[in-house]
Design a protein around this ligand. Structure first.
Ligand code: PLP
Length: 396
């Protein structure tokens, strides 16, 4: 038994703000009642602002981010369609696996785990595709497994430069609602996310932003689908009515969380994440440890994946943090298992909560035998976060 408060520092699910938790505490209600539609309409309107959509549709499917991956694919593509995907971390690998399982012809680009989406190679492949066989390009905006953010705008430019008509799919599961995401400006056709990261709710909703072009593709796409049919969700757009029973408390939570993000302001939310992440990275530097992300231009502002020294199994660090300190950190996924632990710094986080995370990470590493000085990383982050904030006092 761990006594005292437990602490969640995983990159999703993330801590749930008290206001969101309270909003979910509702009596059972009729999802076909006349006034019920306002709930989904409010959420969709907020999501449009957060995803910076000008046109197109927002869909909320019961499920998680993976369900939204599947809905995006099956509604807009045809069996055997060629799609171009880069694999550079656990989640891009899983998305490619799903695309293959669903019967797409997946053209893969494998790059190092820690690299970003290889835009130049994507541009080269698109340029070489003279018969327009590639129907979609898939980009994992924020690889949660490696702490790498890729340049979606650059992939859009690659499509434009090669005059290619492929749809642009973007996995924004650990980016949307936390870091810069511009559906309209970047010409994203299918944006995918879930309720348990940027939206500070429990898992249970797969969220999609769908462009007009993707809606058009959905009219003729022949992949098999039933539960995740966009057309069945048509009433969600105008009337807020679901084709089946939605997870009602979760929708109340989503309305509250979207409200919190908009009240803070999207630009402020993005700036807060950048500031939180920079403090965490200052700590990693002070520990003398390496991040998985290969280059500072790739550093994610929602999650930092940290390599433990060769002789230390990162699983032990995570287990010590959990058993002895009541703190959950993310583990290394796939081929990074045992090599990496991850600190989530997204959503309802501030300097205080992250100072706690760094302090606990430091204790767990030290106890596991990592050669660090207790307090070194925390002090470095504290200095960054406190820079310029010291009040001037007259000397007495
Ligand atoms: N894509 C990314 C980048 C993720 O981080 C995750 C989950 O962590 C997923 C997809 C899968 O989402 P879910 O677990 O909600 O199905």
């Amino acid at each position: 038994m761990t006594i005292g408060q437990s602490h969640l520092f995983t990159p999703g699910p993330t801590p749930i703000p008290e206001a969101v938790r309270r909003a979910m505490n509702v009596a059972a209600e009729d999802h076909r009642a006349p006034g019920f539609g306002a709930l989904a309409r409010d959420i969709s309107a907020g999501l449009r602002q957060i995803m910076r959509m000008e046109r197109g549709n927002v869909f909320l499917f019961p499920g998680s981010g993976s369900a939204a991956w599947e809905a995006a694919i099956t509604n807009t593509l045809n069996p055997g369609d060629r799609v171009l995907m880069a694999r550079h971390g656990h989640f891009s690998v899983l998305w490619a696996q799903m695309a293959e399982r669903l019967g797409l012809d997946v053209e893969l680009i494998d790059v190092a785990w820690g690299a970003g989406c290889p835009v130049k190679e994507i541009e080269r492949r698109l340029g070489a595709d003279k018969d327009d066989r590639i129907k979609a390009v898939f980009v994992t905006h924020n690889e949660t497994a490696t702490g790498v953010t890729s340049d979606v705008a650059a992939v859009r430019r690659a499509l434009d430069m090669t005059f290619h008509d492929a749809l642009l799919f973007v996995d924004g599961v650990s980016s949307i609602g936390s870091i810069e995401f511009r559906m309209a400006d970047w010409g994203v056709d299918l944006a995918v996310t879930g309720s348990q990261k940027g939206f500070m709710c429990p898992a249970g909703l797969g969220i999609l932003g769908v462009s007009d072009k993707a809606m058009q593709a959905a009219k003729t796409a022949t992949m098999r689908r039933a539960y995740f049919e966009f057309a069945d969700m048509a009433n969600l757009q105008d009337d807020g009515v679901f084709p089946y029973t939605p997870p009602i408390p979760l929708l109340h939570g989503m309305r509250a969380s979207v409200g919190l993000l908009l009240e803070e302001g999207i630009d402020t939310v993005i700036a807060r994440h950048a500031r939180m992440a920079t403090g965490v990275r200052a700590a990693v530097q002070a520990w003398g440890l390496e991040m998985v992300a290969e280059h500072p231009s790739l550093y994610s502002d929602t999650v930092t994946a940290i390599r433990t020294p060769m002789h230390i199994d990162a699983r032990e660090v995570i287990a010590i943090a959990y058993d002895e300190l009541g703190a959950s950190f993310g583990g290394g996924l796939g081929r990074l298992a045992g090599r990496v632990f991850r600190i989530g710094h997204l959503d309802w986080v501030n300097e205080g909560s992250l100072a706690g995370a760094l302090s606990m990470a430091e204790m767990a590493m030290w106890r596991a035998g990592v050669n660090i000085e207790l307090g070194a990383g925390l002090a470095s982050a504290q200095r960054y976060w406190s820079d310029g904030k010291r009040r001037d006092r007259p000397r007495v």
